[in-house]
Design a protein around this ligand. Structure first.
Ligand code: PEP
Ligand code: MG
Length: 923
């Protein structure tokens, strides 16, 4: 039979799974000899059994009996003893900290008789009645389910009728009267009396803590934090110590370092003559710990010794809850403290310098999410809060809240189309591009804009993906805003109108949209990556030095290389500064927009080969120049160019507009022949499901000469670079391949074109030809594809779309929020790789591809390439590189290093039967 109860001296800090975080740490501190009030922990296993069967498991009661008896012996009094009661607190404590999500009941053991015993022992009747009313209030709400408002209302009424300033000014007699009122409230709302039997109080409180695991807010919190639902909570039963026994008592919290900045020192708050919940409730102003030194030097000194001991023992920042009872210090809780992103980096390096941890451990303790937070500019916090609270007629105020899709803070004038964005940006203005939703046509405007705001779409909408890729701030789906591109306005439901040229501020982290300008602070970490701030320079602070130190170490230990997705020379240059070791995806579609669109239009309506060749010949030098610049920026490193991928109609005129134009021309008898032919072509190419239609390699096979032209341009650009003394390494990538025959056809033409260019220039051109793996079929026949592919790059955006059958453009807005709410996903599979499904295809294709072609180069270029969890998976799957947008390269570098350090740990634990999410949550 399993054992369900452990005394504090029987456990240790590694037993969080069984004893919860609080219980494991109480045990650890007890064994360190720190002043922890005695008690015991009921395990998470007991909670799971209770929740599964709706009753305490057999044996639990007897174990609680035995541990309670031992506690009573130790304290020299029994629970609720009438003349000198032992009182206990009953506290929840799950494996992962879930602050404030579950229940705690204090002062268990008080009743109508023992309240007098407590008063006599403490020599303080007021204290005893105050403790009793707190028990009634907490027990009534938490255990008996009485609405908290009834108690609060009664307390407020009493304070009002006595004409005092607050509860601390109520007398013993007042509180005794309040106890009677609270007991009546319990009777009225539950149909029973408050239980007088101390043991019954204890059992009911334990049960309430078990049940609080399934409370709505706890369930929501777990979903958000990706904590598994089936862990359950432990329950700690601890002898009460009292901070509300007069001016020589009190309660407080302390941190061994500043959790906001990471600076070492003594941080915390102290509240004299109070119990724990008073600090949280903020009913009185707290004192600083320095003031505690003045009030009680002995306790202060002892607290410092304990803090020192804990930090050296845990080798990390600890936070501590303590109580002083009549001049005696008690430690009620400790844990490795939560901290801001900046503090995480600083503290990790401080601990290395202090010799408490080594560099690998320091790297394990920081995350890519934290680094990402350090890279975005931020609004001045105070100014943003003031604007959020400002009245409706203020110049700066909160307009709406959408989805924070690409972090950062941007301020600029509103513009409502791409051309206006480009024009105003060229004139030196900062602009915010406002659209209902964006399309590839908005690209120039998005590049020119400081920020992008849309009223439709979610985190994987076009605007979100492209903006994240560029590191541009973006708020999507601000649905309360009505965007009118024709009138060039956006309008709120309250009738506020913002016109072109009016200033907006958008926060891509919180999703907030403000009118007016909120001050922005630049990120020194980005200045460091940009190369404008040297880590050794005197103006670089300890945060920049910490980032530099840890990312340099990550690069040294990582097995997975990081490349960038870059389509322009500027992006390539930035990617290189940010540490990319090449380009893993150069999308070529934007090279066919704008002015160049007319060449594509001519190609489509060409009636003979000569006309076709003419259009291709016009495109060739333009493409060659594009590639030459990118190869120059990435000289010496591999550059993967993907041949044209999107459906052709994206480059052609809009069907409706063209139909109207031709129809009007027909009526007026002025039919334009090319327009008519174009309309035919647009109609012919119109597709109901373009994502599943004529795109990728299919397009390359249907439009003769298009892919060969691109391959020739790549080869000629490489040749030109060699002539200029450069060192180009091109990798030509064929999109959306599903069968080896498709690949072979393109490959044969491509190799011929490259050989012709190489022959013409009399030089060898270093190149690979490979394929994207974006279709489930490609993954399933990876062995066959590898015969004709020198590399695979997993396009996990399409692979996710095609595996789940979700439209990337529609699914998120349509039903993802419901799926997340119902727990079908913990996180969108477009954001973090679906390891069980899509990941399985990746592993299969990697294994079968390498079996057919040992040494096959494997990479990833979908959005998942910089998602920290996904990076760990790609490392474990044995891939060679991940390729992400330039701005996210540092995050991927850091996680690639962490993956190398954590992988053995994760694999071992997974082998030991734990789930991967579980293990990763811990490490
Ligand atoms: C992909 O599908 O993962 C990919 C990188 O290609 P795109 O997003 O351009 O379709
Ligand atoms: Mg794709």
């Amino acid at each position: 039979m399993p054992r369900y109860v452990y005394d504090f001296h029987e456990g240790n800090r590694d037993q969080k799974e069984l004893l919860g975080g609080k219980g494991a740490n109480l045990a650890e501190m007890t064994n360190l000899g720190l002043p922890v009030p005695p008690g015991f922990t009921i395990t998470t296993e007991a909670c799971r059994a209770y929740l599964a069967h709706g009753a305490e498991p057999a044996g639990l009661r007897a174990e609680v009996d035995a541990h309670l008896a031992a506690l009573e012996r130790r304290m020299g009094r029994t629970l609720g003893q009438s003349d000198d009661p032992l009182l206990v607190s009953v506290r929840s404590g799950a494996k992962h900290s879930m602050p404030g999500m579950m229940e705690t009941v204090l002062n268990v053991g008080l009743n109508d008789v023992s309240v007098a015993g407590l008063a006599a022992q403490a020599g303080d009747a007021r204290f005893a009645w105050d403790s009793y009313r707190r028990l009634l209030q907490m027990f009534g709400r938490t255990v008996l389910g009485v609405d908290a408002e009834h108690f609060e209302h009664a307390l407020d009424e009493l304070i009002r009728s006595r004409g005092v300033g607050g509860d601390t000014e109520l007398s013993a007699a007042d509180l005794q009267e309040l106890v009677a009122t609270f007991q009546a409230i319990v009777r009225e709302h539950t149909g029973r009396d408050f239980p007088q039997d101390p043991r019954e109080q204890l059992d009911l409180a334990v049960r309430a803590v078990f049940t609080s695991w399934t409370a709505d807010r706890a369930v929501r919190y777990r979903r958000q934090e990706r904590i598994p639902d089936d862990l359950g909570t432990a329950v700690n039963v601890v002898a009460m110590v009292f901070g509300n026994l007069g001016p020589d008592s009190g309660t407080g919290v302390a941190f061994t370092r500043d959790p906001a900045s990471g600076q070492s020192g003594i941080y915390g708050d102290y509240l004299p003559n109070a119990q724990g919940e008073d600090v949280v409730a903020g009913i009185r102003n707290t004192l600083s710990l320095t003031e505690l030194e003045r009030l009680d030097k002995a306790c202060y000194d002892e607290l410092l010794t304990v803090m020192n001991r804990l930090e050296t023992h845990y080798r990390d920042l600890c936070d501590i809850e303590f109580t002083i009872e009549r001049g005696r210090l008690w430690i009620l809780q400790t844990r490795v403290g939560k901290r801001t992103a900046g503090a995480a980096f600083r503290i990790a390096c401080q601990l290395v310098d202090e010799g408490l941890i080594d560099l690998p451990e320091a790297l394990r303790r920081v995350t890519g999410h934290q680094l990402a937070q350090l890279m975005f500019p931020k609004f001045d916090e105070r100014a943003a809060r003031a604007a959020a609270a400002a009245p409706a007629d203020a110049a700066t105020q909160l307009l709406s809240r959408g989805v924070g899709a690409s972090p950062g803070a941007a301020v600029g004038v509103a513009v409502f189309d791409s051309a206006a964005a480009v024009a105003r940006a060229a004139a030196g203005q900062d602009v915010i591009l406002v659209r209902r939703e964006t399309s590839p046509d908005d690209l120039d405007g998005m590049i020119a804009a400081r920020g992008v705001l849309t009223s439709r779409g979610g985190k994987t909408s076009h605007a979100a993906v492209v903006a994240r890729g560029m590191g541009t701030t973006c708020v999507c789906g601000a649905e309360s805003l009505e965007v009118d591109a024709v009138a060039r306005t956006l309008r709120t439901s309250d009738g506020i109108v913002v016109g072109e040229g009016d200033v907006l501020s958008i926060d891509g982290t919180t999703g907030e949209v403000f009118t007016g300008a909120i001050p922005v602070a630049a990120s020194p970490v980005v200045q460091y990556f940009e190369g404008t701030l040297d880590a050794d320079a005197p103006q670089a602070d300890d945060l920049v030095r910490a980032v530099h130190r840890l990312i340099t170490f990550a690069d040294a230990v990582s097995a997975l290389h990081v490349r960038a997705n870059a389509d322009t020379a500027e992006d390539a240059v930035r990617a290189r500064r940010f540490g990319a070791r090449g380009i893993g995806l150069c999308r070529t579609e934007h090279m066919f927009l704008g002015e160049r669109r007319r060449h594509i239009e001519r190609l489509v309506i060409a009636e003979d080969e000569a006309a076709q060749q003419e259009s291709l010949a016009a495109l060739l030098p333009l493409q060659r120049a594009d590639f030459e610049q990118i190869l120059a920026a990435m000289d010496g490193l591999p550059v993967t160019v993907r041949l044209l991928d999107p459906p052709l109609h994206e480059f052609l005129p809009d069907l409706t507009e063209l139909s109207v134009r031709v129809a009007v021309a027909e009526i007026t008898g002025e039919v334009d022949e090319p327009d008519r032919r174009m309309l035919e072509a647009v109609r012919r190419l119109h597709e109901r499901n373009p994502m599943l239609g004529l795109r990728g390699v299919r397009l390359g096979l249907v439009v003769p000469g298009l892919f060969v032209m691109q391959i020739r341009a790549i080869a000629e650009a490489a040749a030109a670079r060699i002539l200029a003394g450069g060192d180009p390494h091109v990798e030509i990538m064929i999109p959306l391949v599903g069968s080896v025959q498709e690949l072979e056809l393109v490959r044969a033409d491509g190799e011929r074109a490259i050989a012709e260019v190489a022959g013409r220039y009399g030089m060898a051109i270093d190149h690979l030809i490979g394929t994207m793996v974006e279709l489930p079929r490609a993954a399933l026949v990876a062995g066959e594809l590898a015969a004709s592919a020198e590399f695979f790059s997993f396009g996990t955006n399409d692979l996710t779309q095609m595996t789940w059958g979700f439209s990337r453009d529609d699914a998120e807005a349509a039903f993802f929020s419901l799926y997340l709410e119902k727990g079908i996903f913990g996180v969108s599979p477009f954001e973090s790789l679906d390891v069980a499904g899509v990941g399985r295809l990746v592993r299969l294709a990697a294994a079968e591809g390498r079996q057919a072609r040992p040494g096959l180069k494997l990479g990833v270029c979908g959005e998942h390439a910089a998602d920290p969890d996904s990076v760990h998976f790609f490392h474990a799957a044995g891939l060679d590189y991940v390729s992400c947008s330039p701005f996210r390269v540092p995050v991927a570098r850091l996680e690639a290093g962490r993956a190398a350090l954590l992988a053995p740990q994760i694999e071992e634990s997974v082998d030991a039967g734990l789930t991967r999410a579980d293990v990763e949550a811990v490490v």
